[in-house]
Design a protein around this ligand. Structure first.
Ligand code: FE
Ligand code: FE
Length: 385
């Protein structure tokens, strides 16, 4: 018999996951085990281990779902799990098969005990769209530790559980997860932190077009976040709230009970919504992380010396595809490898537009532009971007 293990966080399991298993040509005696891993309760995963396990049982109802790692608790080490199943079923490295995505293949050498991993199992690697370095990653691992690898022909769909948690807040996951999983998420009201935010949009009179823009900003920002390694949770919170105050004026903001400073009142009216957003984040969603609050507050004007999160929200707000701003391609391209340069280009384009229309340019924006122009010209850029 061959034992094929499909491990993951599955928060939630989605169609790309089920398609991976369906793509594998099973032999008569093959046995498949789906293995959700344990995650400490406070971590990024937002469904409990029990809920993730239940959702796996729904999504993979044709296969066995194991609670081995969840029951064991603590940090999951793949080599320990493989040792357990190897002994349980007397398997060798050719009959124990472990499925991993191409993105994880890149990190395999950094997992616990890579030399043991190489001896325990055969790794069946699922290609990912937009990631074509997988052959080199395999060779690199082999040169270090040996091992047996099979590269699948199947290319997994480009959907992630993070995006599903986000889209769930917009009621838009039906074609991304199996029907029974969508139902489970809805019945148990999972991933509700984001939903609490989107539920406020109608109360604050955001039109449909603005809501579409917000989702598009979040998705665009998430992609940049993967490149620059910024926490997805922070990106989503900042993106969801950045324009939440867009339909408020000063009077409505007072009526909501927001604390409004002199600085906010002095801003041009079109910029005030960013300050309202930061106040709403603090007051209604108990967000106290200064980085998230600043990303919301400075998304319209930018400012000098922004954090990676601030730059990503600022850029995503400008380049997201739903907005259809013309001639964005150079900025979009640059954003893939140089955040500071893309920020400078965006500031320049925005300031040219404002000058042309005779609109006011705020000091924060002027300072931001001078800062990034100098920074990018100096050639001694900090590598933090
Ligand atoms: Fe805005
Ligand atoms: Fe916006």
């Amino acid at each position: 018999m061959r034992l094929i293990i499909f491990g993951g966080t599955f928060d939630p399991p989605h169609n790309a996951h089920t398609e991976i298993l369906n793509s594998i040509k099973l032999l008569k005696n093959d046995r498949v085990i789906v293995l959700p891993n344990f995650i400490p309760p406070h971590k990024d995963a937002q469904a409990t281990s029990q809920d993730r396990l239940n959702m796996c049982k729904l999504a993979f109802n044709r296969y066995e779902v194991s609670d081995y790692e969840i029951e064991k608790g603590g940090q999951s080490y793949t080599y320990k799990t493989l040792q357990y199943f190897k002994e349980l079923y007397s398997l060798d490295k050719y009959s124990l098969i472990y499925i991993i995505g191409a993105d994880s293949m890149k990190d395999l050498k950094n997992w616990g005990q890579p030399h043991l991993l190489a001896d325990l199992a055969t790794y069946y690697i699922i290609k990912r769209p937009h990631y074509d370095n997988v052959e080199q990653d395999i060779q690199e691992f082999k040169d270090l530790y040996g091992g047996n690898f099979v590269l699948s022909d199947f290319i997994g769909q480009d959907i992630s559980s993070t995006e599903i948690r986000l889209k769930n807040a917009f009621g838009a996951i039906d074609d991304l997860v199996p029907e029974n999983v969508a139902q489970y998420i809805s019945e148990k009201d999972l991933y509700k932190r984001y939903k609490a935010i989107t539920a406020m949009y109608s109360k604050l009179e955001l039109p449909k077009k603005r809501i579409d823009h917000i989702l598009s900003v979040a998705l665009t920002a998430l992609k940049l976040g993967y490149i620059y390694k910024v926490n997805s949770e922070n990106i989503i919170l900042a993106a969801l709230i950045h324009d939440i105050g867009k339909s408020l004026n000063l009077k409505k903001a007072y009526n909501l009970g927001l604390a409004i400073s002199h600085e906010t009142i002095e801003l041009p009216a079109v910029c005030r919504h960013a300050d309202f957003g930061a106040e709403i984040a603090r007051r209604f969603f108990e967000i106290n992380d200064e980085d998230i609050l600043n990303a919301i507050k400075y998304h319209t004007t930018g400012r000098a010396n922004m954090s990676k999160l601030e730059k990503i929200i600022f850029l995503a707000d400008y380049i997201e595809p739903a907005r259809k701003t013309p001639k964005l391609e150079p900025i979009i391209q640059t954003a893939q490898y140089d955040l500071d340069k893309a920020v400078e280009m965006t500031l320049k384009k925005t300031m040219d537009y404002l000058l042309d229309k005779n609109f006011e340019i705020t000091p924060a924006m002027k300072n931001a532009y001078e800062f990034y122009k100098k920074e990018n010209a100096s050639g001694t850029k900090r590598t933090s971007t």
